[in-house]
Design a protein around this ligand. Structure first.
Ligand code: CP
Ligand code: NVA
Length: 314
């Protein structure tokens, strides 16, 4: 039965992978892998019995919502889906007040929203752990599941080359932070003006200096993809950027994971995408449905990874 050494985790927020050590991230992945195997073997883990997670969404979600909601149910607790369309936050109640009210009623709060500052403000005003379910800046719960998927597929994480093709967005930022914490070589291929901000690159390079990994930004997707162990992409226009999507189709036209690009990666490279995908834009259907794609394993691992986060911090 999985051992939860909650000591270092209990009560902590999960806002950025940079707030955790490589050892912490490894522990979260190990717990996720064990929870996955034991759940599939029919073992129940009622470790959050009687506990409630409030889940605030100001943006759409399929995977994150279902992973957290099913996950807490499987752990014996209860998830409360709070759309900003329905709660007073959406009518202007301050996040600070929302934080203090929810903290008195629930045991953890997950938030998916636009502004990263809102996630930070929620956390600083909450007495219960806050979990970042995506902001415009970071998507750490995604990347924890991604690292778990890489470990399952490749048997290791450290030393692998992950090339991310496309927009230097929230997913790219979290891959840079989480990947370099774990000693990976992260290469981002993005056009000028869409590359990760200097602050993220600085944090990633600091991590890499400790872990033995590296962080690099290139403009050329072909050069970036050479010998990659993992090719990763995400949509060209994220939630909130819908009005830029036509212009972005032009900017990112050369930033597609297709069979030709996959051919320059390592012959056993895996292909990842956080989903939802726009097939024919950032990834071809051929590659996404092909033998090297692990995108649906990656999606499933959201459930197991999020159970690990909740079981450890709540
Ligand atoms: N990858 C991801 O976060 O998916 P959802 O937007 O469906 O939650
Ligand atoms: N970068 C995407 C990720 C969706 C899971 C977005 O923010 O819309």
């Amino acid at each position: 039965m999985v051992q939860l050494n909650k000591g270092k985790f209990q009560g902590r927020d999960f806002i950025s992978l940079n707030d955790f050590t490589a050892e912490d991230i490894s522990q979260m992945i190990d717990v996720a892998v064990e929870l996955k195997a034991e759940t599939k073997a029919g073992i129940a883990h009622q470790v959050l019995q009687g506990k409630t997670l409030a889940m605030i969404f100001t943006k759409s979600s399929t995977r994150t919502r279902v992973a957290f909601e099913v996950g807490i149910y499987q752990l014996g607790g209860c998830g409360l889906f709070l759309s900003s369309r329905d709660i007073q936050l959406g009518r202007g109640e301050p996040i600070e007040d929302t934080a203090r009210v929810l903290s008195r009623m629930v045991n953890g709060i997950m938030i998916r929203t636009f502004s990263h500052q809102e996630v930070l403000d929620l956390a600083s005003n909450s007495s219960v752990p806050v979990i970042n379910g995506l902001s415009d800046y970071l998507h750490p719960s995604q990347v924890l599941a991604d690292l778990m998927t890489i470990k399952e597929s490749k048997g290791k994480i450290k030393g692998l080359k992950l090339t991310y093709i496309g927009d230097g967005n929230n997913v790219a930022n979290s891959l840079l932070l989480g990947g370099t914490k774990m000693g990976m070589n992260i290469v981002i291929a993005s056009p000028q003006g869409y590359q990760p901000v200097p602050e993220i690159m600085e944090m990633a390079r600091k991590n890499a200096a400790i872990s033995g990994g590296s962080a690099l930004v290139l403009e050329d997707p072909w050069k970036a993809a050479e010998d990659a162990d993992i090719l990763y992409t995400d949509v060209w226009a994220s939630m909130g950027q819908e009005e830029e999507s036509e212009q972005r189709k032009k900017v990112f036209a050369a930033y597609q994971i297709n069979q030709e690009l996959l051919n320059v990666a390592h012959s056993e490279a895996i292909v990842m995408h956080c989903l939802p995908a726009h097939k024919g834009e950032e990834i071809t259907a051929e590659v996404m449905e092909g033998p090297q794609s692990v995108v649906f394993e990656e999606a499933e691992n959201r459930l197991h990874a999020h159970k690990a986060i909740m079981a450890l911090v709540m």
